[in-house]
Structure formats: C-alpha cells, structure tokens
Design a binder for this molecule. Sequence first.
Ligand SMILES: [Mn+2]
Length: 350
Amino acid sequence: MKMTFRWYGKEDTIPLSYIRQIPGMTGIVSAIYDVPVGEIWPLAKIKSLKEEIEKVGLEFKVVESVPVHEHIKLGLSDRDQLIDNYIENIKNLAEAGIEVICYNFMPVFDWTRTQLDKKLADGSTTLVYYQEQLKQMDPETSELALPGWDTSYTKEELNELITKYKLLGEEGLWENLSYFINKIMPIAEEVGIKMAIHPDDPPWKIFGIPRIITNERNLDRFLALYDSEANGLTLCSGSLGCSKENDFVYLVRKFVSRNRVPFAHLRNVKILDNNDFEESAHYSPYGSLNMVDILQAFDDCGFSGYIRPDHGRMIWGETGKPGYGLYDRALGSVYLTGIWETIQRSKEEK
Ligand SMILES: [Mn+2]
C-alpha cells in the first residue's frame, strides 16, 4: 500500500511541504485544473506539476480526475472528438509517468451532500446528507442549490440537462459508458495506464437522474464491459459504504483479489436511519465502517496500489475547501498507516 494525499494544485491553500511532513506519506494525487473539461491537457503542464511535486520529495503517480464531458455521458454527436481528446490525455499522462487515472461517470453532479458544515458534538464540522434537506433542493421545483454544485450552469441549462438524463435512463447511460470504455481501454492498455472508475456518491438515484456505479452487481457489470486489468475501480469506502446494501469489506476482498483495484479512498461514514449519513472521523468507533477490517482485507488480497484518506472534518479552527482540510485528513492518513504497520508487523511475527 502506498499512502497518498489529494492536492488541488496552485489554488490549494495547503503547501506541498506540509503534506510531505505527514508520517508515511509518499505521494500526491492531483490534476490539471485550468483546462476546460473535454480539452487536452498540455504535456508541459503535466510535467511541471510533476516536477513541483517531486521537488518536495513526493511521487506523482495518480491523477484524480480526468473528468468525462457530459456529451460523452449523454452520447451526443460530438462525443468521438471528445473521446479522442480524452485518449490524448491518457497518452500524455502515461508519458509523464502517471500509473493510475481516477474518473467517474456521474451525470451532472459529482458527489452530493446537503450540508457542508454540520457541527458535530465535538465542535468539528463535517459534510452530511439528510433526505429532509435534499427534498428542499430538487432543482426542478426549488430555488435552493445544493452546496458544491457546478454554478456554471444557469437554472434553465441545469433543468434541460436533467431532462436529457431522465430520458436517457439507466440503460442508455450504460450504453454510453460501454461505448466510452471500449474506445479508451485499448489505448490505456497499450500505454500502461490503469483506469479506475469512482463509484457514484451516494450510490443511489438523486432527483430521478440515473446512477449506475453503485453496488456489487453493477460493479461486476462494469468490469465485464472490458475485461482487462486496465479497466479497474477506485474503491471508495465513503461512497459505496454509505449504503447499507454494500458490504465494503466483502467488496474489497472480491475486487482486490481479481487485480481490479489500483486505487482506493478510505474514509468513515456514520449511517443513520432513512438513508441519511454523516461523514465521521476515520477512527472506526466513530463511524459505521471498520477501518481495521477494511485494511486487513486489502492486505489479505495482496494490495499493492495507492490509497488516500478521503474527506476529513474541519478541526482546530482550520478553514478551507470542505472535506479537504489538512489536519483531519492528516490524522486519518496516519491512523490508516498505523493500522497497516500493525498488520505488517503481525505477519512478521507469525
Ligand atoms: Mn471517494
């Protein structure tokens, strides 16, 4: 297991040199943020990002993410050009020494939470998802916007996009995903890149928009679209694990042992009634997921890929991008590294 940390490039308020000081930290997960979705990332930009990261003594092997243009997801007439550009990005990233590309196929919205600053009993703040709040935020009936939404859409554009996805439906989305996967994977194989799709977060339908990377059956279906180690998963405990339907430890054992997991996100969530959940600290007793069991499963199956702590709470007065502060993610990472060390030590003693 190699421990990594997500960093948002020049816009990120956290210096790389601080991340370097987290014990056990080996690499940065990042992306090119100033090129519009659908366009080609210049090789020079990728190389200079890599140099900046390597200068502080960290590796740059995982990109999160190369976003997939909505027109590819919708299967519109310009998708072949957009897929060609995506393929150029895969080639350029391989040339710069990248090994893994994380991406997702979620329509319109990326991760969805209803509040980004819910105060917990210990005074920290965290991201939460409450159905009651969600009902107030249906873009077709409400003026309220969900926090974290892409504000580049007007209300009308957003509703038009949502209507298109509703008409497309789940099977249409599967078709478009399959088309995309079958175009890009031969090139990913050729240049030695592992593509790692991120599950939908949360893993269920929101506002009637289809979501398909959600559970064991659909992960099986996804991997069968193109049967190759290049076609893999970003196993995210917080996304898959916020549904009671998913047994995350079981999913780790199943997909890691098949060599389809080059990258993982680990964080804890506290599942409440009615599909509500709160993002909790990584420490197992605070959430519904057991980090010891999860890491044991990764180790038992011979995992040698990259892991990063996922979202953290805001603690110690830190301000910044919700979920992506330094302090709580650093604590989470060291906690995970400690569990991993203990697992390795117990094997040596046997
Ligand atoms: Mn994740």
